[in-house]
Design a protein around this ligand. Structure first.
Ligand SMILES: Nc1ncnc2c1ncn2[C@@H]1O[C@H](COP(=O)(O)OP(=O)(O)OP(=O)(O)O)[C@@H](O)[C@H]1O
Length: 857
């Protein structure tokens, strides 16, 4: 057996082998040490016939579902080695082989997967020209590819957040350099990463002559990455993958460009700090798992196409106006299981009886949704109805054949209803009424023979028998066959009893075989419905997202945005969708207007004290735009949004310092990438840019960036620029499309009250000291800061020129001795002034110093 183990281990050295031995899964050697730590199971030692001892740790086979996810979640690649023949009939060591290799990126196990999240496996092909990437979720059948530069690939990685990344063995260093070690990885052989192999793999899998139909024919790097994914499925023994029947190109130009910093700082999917709330948590009111997963994709991939956005918005509008339909649809959606993943389980042959019934139930609830929507007086809603395929024939058959609540484990039996199969019914009758039937035989034979004490019994040696006490021996009919003689009685068997016995003993196993066959036939039929069920799942997911948007629109008082092809952004009384949810009714979020265009007001320079709400205003503007382009209503009184193609966000270095990644250098690199990528339709949010360096550096850089954005020859990117540097207010005097705004505060008894209202015009000073006071800074520090500020502002008034670097005020803690009126000090000063240090020898200097010192004594 250890030979067998070693042979399999040699083929998969990086995988932990769960080796089936009898009723246990065992791990050996180093695997055992690791498994015992992760699973907290006992580690033992056994000699296994050889001189050296082997370490051993195992668990009962029926606990696989409990232990396997723990191993995978701990980052292990786990190979399940099963017995491939019946140990009872096997000669010698039982044949064993890998039946599945479960890795973080390839899993169908419900305990490994998270309901609301896709589980992507990614492959990256690194090449000098363009990099290729592919993403596959085997649990849903979704398969995507893309090709582009490192930035783009990095951004996709961040958006899709794969559980495992594959790349070519030869690219190890390069991969690490580009993408670090964020994701668990696996390296494949270099021959996998060639265009010929990828092309061949994809065309064979999809059964197509070429890849034109998928629009990826001319994407060599993407094809290589996709081929690598298929190769990995083979390696991990995933051979039944009919549900992966399509590959889609991620069309970069279809979606709003959000680089990874922007997605992160806007907290679309993940919060930046522990306890933070990302946008998705507010948006997601989905009631189906596939809806929740789709909404995540919509959130990181807002649309750029006017027609598609308006379709979504119109459907949301429909549901907000007809709440009864929305409620009915929701009531049915709530009853719908994860059919997207269930149908994938059908494809890979891992569906259990109860799950087949769930598929039926889901389709049965999809049917009334289809009826409801097709009756709606709205073209776009009707289209949704058209895309729901209720697969009636399949539903009917499952309904007719499957029990209402069959067990999860088919071996437990009672999967198939009565009346489906005559043989099955008969066997069940035998099994159920076995004892009755035996009693009937006993009574009948007792009457017929006149033996009153006739008994039926059973033993392992000759099965069922009739027992006759010696006193009635003479009444035994001739056809009974005597099997044994006891002291007081004799035991007989009959032809009938023998026949029946065989039936009873084989009935249970026969029932299992027939039920299993009928169940397999049903699965076979279900595999023919993979595509229509996937389509229905996708449509229901979309519907779920749109109804979720309508629920938010009503509950949170959102409005339908007007999206157009022009380039203006006009938000009236906009609110921050996340912060407003965290505030109480008594202290609600203060709405603000934001207007930007390419002609009059391209850049808003927003000043205001710390904590006044500048960052919130910037972020809410971006979130409103993105929500609108996802197809959601928005938190505002009205919103007119000229299509935005890219959103860039840069947050000043110190806001990110806690993550330990944002140095001033990073901030500048990120800003440079914005300046190189903007277009007329871009929205740029700059928050405290330049604060990672000295004040003067900061002001200069911030100033230069605003100037650049304004004067860019080709693109007038709409920009919100929040800053502490009120010096920047002077820009508006020289540049026509720059306008000053400030977030208002009221000073009351040297304290500030945040009004949070945006008003035209800059702010005069930054109120930082007041914030320090609010924060509980000692009174002496606050007073001293006020003194210094006063000095600085006096200096500024004198110079009246912000571009020139000003001197810091002289520290007036200590009076200068030379300003003193003391006569000795005066004498000292005069003597020092008369000295010509250049003509003095060191000795002269020493003597003079001594002389001066004497003056003091
Ligand atoms: N319009 C608003 N209505 C109500 N509360 C708000 C509003 N805007 C911001 N706030 C609250 O004020 C807090 C501070 O806002 P924000 O972080 O935007 O200030 P800031 O001006 O960017 O400050 P800093 O310059 O220190 O980063 C927010 O966390 C939020 O709770």
């Amino acid at each position: 057996m250890m030979k067998q183990f070693n042979a399999i281990k040699a083929k998969h050295p990086t995988a932990m082998l769960l080796f089936r031995v009898g009723d246990f899964y065992e791990t050996f050697g180093d695997d055992a040490v690791t498994a015992s730590k992760i699973l907290d199971i006992v580690l033992t030692k056994r000699s296994n016939g050889s001189a050296s001892e082997t370490q051993l740790a195992g668990f009962p086979h029926h606990s696989l579902d409990t232990y396997l996810p723990k191993l995978v979640k701990a980052g292990q690649r786990v190979a399940i080695v099963d017995q491939l023949e019946d140990p009872k009939t096997a000669k010698g060591v039982v044949k064993r082989g890998i039946t599945e290799l479960v890795t973080p990126g390839v899993s169908m196990n419900d305990n490994v997967l998270s309901v609301k999240q896709n589980n992507y496996l990614a492959a990256i092909h690194i090449s000098k020209k363009e990099l290729g990437i592919s993403f596959l979720d085997i649990s849903t059948g979704e398969f995507f590819v893309a090709q582009g530069n490192q930035n783009y690939i990095d951004k996709l990685l961040q958006g899709f957040a794969p559980s495992e990344v594959l790349y070519c063995r030869n690219d190890q260093e390069h991969y690490k350099e580009l993408f670090g070690d964020t994701y668990p990885t696996f390296r494949q052989d270099d021959w996998v990463y060639t265009s010929e192999y990828g092309y061949e793999k994809l065309t064979t899998h999809f059964g197509t002559k070429n890849l034109k139909g998928f629009g990826i024919e001319n994407m060599p790097s993407a094809i290589i990455a996709a081929g690598a994914v298929l190769n990995y499925l083979e390696l991990t023994e995933h051979h039944h993958i009919d549900h992966i029947h399509h590959i889609s190109r991620i069309q970069e130009d279809k979606y709003v460009w959000l680089d990874k910093f922007t997605a992160r700082s806007l907290e679309l999917i993940f919060p930046q700090n522990d306890g933070g709330v990302p946008l998705i948590d507010i948006l997601d009111k989905c009631v189906t798992p596939m809806g929740a997963r789709l909404l995540k994709k919509w959130t990181v991939l807002p649309l750029k196409d006017l027609a598609s956005i308006n379709t979504r918005l119109n459907i949301v509008d429909f549901f907000t106006k007809d709440e009864d339909i929305a409620d009915d649809v929701l009531a049915h959606l709530r009853q719908i299981n994860d059919i997207e993943r269930l149908i994938s389980k059908v494809a890979v042959g891992r569906v259990n009886p109860r799950e087949i019934v769930y598929i039926k139930k889901a389709l049965q609830h999809a049917a009334p949704i289809k009826v409801l929507l097709s009756k709606a007086n709205d073209k776009e809603v009707k289209v949704i109805a058209d895309h729901i395929n209720t697969c009636d024939i399949l539903v009917e058959r499952i309904e007719k054949e499957m029990q209402e609540m069959p067990p999860i484990n088919p071996a437990q039996g009672n999967i198939i209803k009565e009346g489906v199969n005559a043989e099955l019914d008969e066997l069940r009758a035998i099994s159920h009424s076995g004892k009755d039937f035996l009693r009937q035989i006993q009574e009948r034979e007792s009457d017929r023979t006149g033996i009153p004490s006739l008994k039926i019994g059973y033993n392992k040696v000759f099965g069922y028998y009739l027992e006759v006490r010696n006193t009635h021996k003479d009444k035994v009919p001739a056809e009974w066959i005597r099997k044994s003689t006891l002291v007081n009685a004799e035991r007989y068997i009959t032809e009938e009893l023998k026949q029946y016995e065989e039936k009873i003993l084989t009935a249970e196993s026969q029932i299992g075989i027939i039920e299993n066959k009928l169940f397999m036939d049903l699965i076979q039929m279900a595999t023919e419905y993979i595509t229509p069920i996937q389509q229905t799942a996708a449509t229901l997911a979309k519907l779920d997202c749109l109804v979720s948007f309508s629920t938010n629109a009503i509950d949170y008082n959102y409005v339908k945005p007007i999206i157009s092809d022009d380039k203006a952004l006009d938000i009236k009384e906009g609110r921050h969708p996340v912060i407003e949810r965290q505030l109480s009714v008594d202290d609600p979020y203060i709405p603000n207007d934001v207007y930007l265009d390419n002609e009059e007001q391209q850049i808003m320079v927003i000043t205001g004290p710390n904590m006044s709400g500048k960052s919130a205003l910037l972020r809410q503007t971006a979130l409103i735009v993105l929500m609108a382009q996802m197809g959601s209503f928005v938190p505002a009184a009205a919103a007119h949004i000229g299509l935005v193609d890219k959103v860039f966000t840069r947050v000043g270095a110190s806001d990110n310092l806690s993550k330990g990644e944002s140095t001033f250098m990073v901030e500048m690199t990120e800003t440079a990438s914005i300046l190189n990528n903007i277009s007329d339709r871009s929205l740029v949010l700059m928050d405290e840019i330049g604060r990672g360096t000295s004040t003067y550096d900061g002001v200069s850089i911030a100033w230069a960036i605003v100037e650049y954005l304004h004067n860019h020859k080709k693109s007038r990117a709409k920009t919100l620029f929040a800053t502490h540097y009120h010096e920047l207010n002077e820009l508006a005097e020289d540049f026509p499309r720059i306008k000053n705004f400030s977030v208002s505060v009221k000073e009351h008894q040297k304290k500030i009250i945040f009004l949070r209202k945006l008003k035209e015009g800059g702010s005069e000073h930054s109120f930082g000291i007041h914030v320090a006071q609010l924060a509980g800074m000692p009174g002496s520090v606050v007073r001293r800061s006020e003194d210094i500020l006063e000095h600085l502002e006096q200096d500024k008034r004198k110079e009246k020129n912000t571009e020139r670097i000003k001197e810091m005020p002289k520290d007036n803690y200590q009076l200068s001795i030379f300003d003193s009126v003391d006569p000795i000090a005066k004498e000292l000063k005069e003597q020092l002034e008369q000295l010509d240090v250049n003509t003095m020898t060191p000795l002269d200097a020493m003597l003079k110093l001594n002389e001066l010192k004497k003056l003091l004594s």
